[in-house]
Structure formats: C-alpha cells, structure tokens
Design a binder for this molecule. Structure first.
Ligand code: GRG
Length: 301
C-alpha cells in the first residue's frame, strides 16, 4: 500500500507556502489539510490506479495530483461542515476546527480557497503533462479530462453538496427519514468522494468501462458503510479515538442509522455492505491486497 508519508509529502509540497498570498489564508489552508487525517481518498485513488497500470511516470503526473486535489476537496468539505451554520464543531483531527482557530470568516474563505485550489492542482498538472511529456499528453488527455469531470460532478450540486443539502434541510429536528432517504443522502454526501477516488484512479490508468463501473459500485457501498461506521463512532468512541467532538449528531438533533435502527442493526448493515464490497472487489484485476487490508481495518467494527 502506498506509504502515508509519501502522501503527506505530496500534500505538503503542493499547498501554498505559509508566507505566500494574503493574510493568514495559506496558513489556514495548510492547517486544514496538513493536520492529520487518514488520507483514505488519496490512498484509494493511487491504489486504484495501480490495479491497472505500473507506469510510475504516469502515476506521478496524473494520479498524484488528482489524489492531492481530492484531499483538498475533502478537506474543504470538513472545514465547512464544522462551521457554526452547519455542525458547529470545535474539534477535528484532534485539534481545533479551522473556524475555531482562525475565525468564522476565515473558515468560510479557507474552504472556498481549498475547493478552488483543487482545480488549480488539476489544471497545473494538465499543463505540466503537456510541457514535460507531450507524448503522454496526447495519449492520456481524454482520460485526464474524464477523471476531472467525474471528480467535480461527484463533489458538486448533484453530488456531495447536494447530499449535504439533504442532510441540513431534511434531517434536522429529529425528522425520521426512511432507510431509502437516509441511503440517498449518504450516497451523495459520503460515497461520492470515495467513488471519485476509485474511478478517477482507474480511469487515469486506462481501465475499461466494466472495471470503472464495478469500482463506482464499490465506492458507493463503501461510503454507506463508512457513514454508518461514523454514526456508530459518534455514540461509542471517545475524543481520543476520533479526534473530533463525539455526540455531535445528538447535539444537532440529527437522525442517523444508529438513532433510527439502533447499534446492532447498524453493525449488521456494515457487515452486509462489507461482504458485498469484497465480492465485487474479487472481480477486479491486479493485486487487491491494499483494498482488502484497508476495508478489513475500517469495517471490523
Ligand atoms: C460542507 C459541502 C459540504 C459537505 C460536507 C463530508 C461532509 C459533507 C460532511 C462530513 C460529515 C461527516 C463527518 C460524514 C461522515 C463521513 C466522513 C466524510 C467522515 C470524515 O472523513 P474521514 O474519516 O476524515 O476520512 P479524515 O480526517 O480521516 O480525513
């Protein structure tokens, strides 16, 4: 599995330097991204690329920047999700949330800047490819553009942001959504970025449609399982384990898998989703051990 240290180095290099730009914005961007996190989406994107290609140069020019861009998108979503107008959380990744550390206005602006920066990373990577590897550029631009399109659609109004709207508008004040509504919200809010990780990595490596569609499905199932896991941790884990405010869902009167169906049913659902994911994983080519390890670690709850 790709080394976590390598991903930290890539992120550290690609973000603006502390003293660049205006006011404390670069500092806040670095604080929001470099202060920990499991880097699941970056790891999955690179490991998905590796299922279909062992071309290290192509990986460096395409998969690495996409992995960094995806972590910036994920980071922005967490910064905004923690804001007083949303979950109003004080701690994330074991430290103060961005708005608690830098102020509310800077929390909003830092999230905005990170989302925009993700696009800057991708477009610069395209330019680098054209300048330094014109032959690769000709061969891979179509895949590159397709991956970029998937990345932003999944993050946007009909993807993650849409899911957040359902969450904010439809799940407050102890509303009792049924299982289908809950699943739709989670697929949009949480699954879409995992689907981006798996599909973008594969597409950049030149995977065929059957494989991309399988990966899309695995990402969807994984997001559901991941959200249920998060709901369970919110009521069972301590701050030391999660690094963030626990009991946040109850504080915000949010209906979750756990509050609606109970802990046992939530654990059972994760097991079902895990089994389905593993069955689909078997149908993919290449060495899948990184995914087996990752999914095993995440979902043995
Ligand atoms: C504000 C537009 C907007 C969207 C927010 C992702 C999201 C949408 C909200 C986060 C709510 C939440 C805690 C969902 C549970 C799943 C999740 C995304 C958890 C955090 O992801 P991890 O555990 O975080 O991968 P790290 O810190 O490891 O990177």
């Amino acid at each position: 599995m790709i080394d976590l240290k390598k991903i930290e180095e890539l992120l550290e290099e690609c973000l603006p330097k502390e003293d660049e730009g205006y006011g404390l914005l670069s500092s806040a961007m670095r604080y929001s991204i470099l202060g920990g996190g499991k880097r699941l989406r970056a790891i999955m994107l690179i490991e998905s690329f590796r299922l279909f290609s062992d071309d290290k140069e192509l990986e460096e020019y395409t998969a690495y920047p996409f992995a960094c861009a995806l972590e910036c998108i994920h980071g922005y979503s967490l910064v905004h999700d923690d804001l007083p107008a949303m979950d109003n959380d004080e701690y994330r990744r074991g430290a103060l949330t961005t708005h608690k550390r830098y102020g509310h206005a800077m929390g909003i602006l830092t999230g905005d800047a990170l989302l925009n920066y993700s696009a800057e990373i991708i477009t610069s990577a395209g330019e680098n490819l054209e300048k330094n590897k014109p032959d690769y550029y000709m061969d891979n631009m179509r895949n590159f553009m397709r991956a970029a399109s998937i990345l932003y659609k999944n993050a946007g109004a009909f993807g993650m942001i849409g899911g957040q709207v359902l969450d904010v508008e439809g799940f407050k004040d102890n509303a009792r959504p049924d299982e289908n509504m809950l699943a739709t919200m989670c697929e949009l809010k949480t699954s879409r970025l995992f689907q981006s990780a798996l599909c973008c990595g594969a597409i950049l490596a030149g995977a065929d449609e059957t494989a991309v569609s399988l990966l899309d499905d695995i990402g969807r199932l994984m997001g559901l399982a991941f959200q249920i896991r998060d709901d369970i941790l919110d009521v069972t884990a301590s701050f030391a384990e999660t690094g963030k405010d626990t009991g946040s869902d109850e504080k915000n009167n949010k209906s979750t898998f756990v509050s609606i169906f109970g802990l046992d049913a939530a654990r059972e659902k994760i097991k079902e989703l895990y089994d389905e994911m593993m069955m689909k994983l078997l149908k993919l080519p290449g060495d899948k051990s990184a995914f087996e390890t990752l999914f095993g670690r995440l979902f043995s709850i």
